[in-house]
Design a protein around this ligand. Sequence first.
Ligand SMILES: C[S@@+](CC[C@H](N)C(=O)[O-])C[C@H]1O[C@@H](n2cnc3c(N)ncnc32)[C@H](O)[C@@H]1O
Length: 202
Amino acid sequence: MNADLRKFIDELYEDGKKFDSAEAEWSRRRRNIDPPAGEFLWIFIKALQARSVIEIGTSNGYSTIWLADAVRATGGTLVSVDYDGAWLDQAQANLRGAGLLDSVELRCLEGGAYLESLSDQSVDFMFFDAERSDYARWWPHPSRVLRSGGVIAVDNSTSHPQEIADLYAQINSDGGFSSVVVPVGKGELIAVKSGLAAPTRL
Ligand SMILES: C[S@@+](CC[C@H](N)C(=O)[O-])C[C@H]1O[C@@H](n2cnc3c(N)ncnc32)[C@H](O)[C@@H]1O
């Protein structure tokens, strides 16, 4: 990430922390991922050479900027979905400010409905940072749409392990995944689908 973009994203994060600490209503908080988690996802996408990337839970686009910069480097596409259009308006402004609006498609959709609409084995990397109680009912679509060798990353895996326990159980009982919780930021569950097929070509 270049120094100007890093400065932009660091200021956005600090602003978000101040905003959230002053906001009593939980759903109006930005609840951005921690910077080390952003760096981890950024490097992971580039190492995987992921080209078809999706994010569920955009908020004001802080994590989206990390993902979009990585996807710009892999030459792929990023779709970020949030069911709240007001958040997407903020994300659009922040992505424009970061110079990354052209690298992202923002869509106002419920995460499960979006996953259901995708073709089999069409996604290289998916990141979940939405309402955690929703994840389990999205199954089996995350597994169905992920290509062999693709990755599911789930935030809050050490901060709220009970809230992602049902999804974790589904991943582990699927039989086609290897998984680990990486203690970075609020914890990233990383689940890799078996197989070594090449990243999706767009
Ligand atoms: C924790 S915030 C996302 C923070 C963002 N990833 C970041 O780090 O900057 C969660 C967001 O997910 C959205 N959301 C929650 N459940 C959702 C669902 N089932 N489908 C789509 N969006 C959802 C909320 O509107 C909210 O903007």
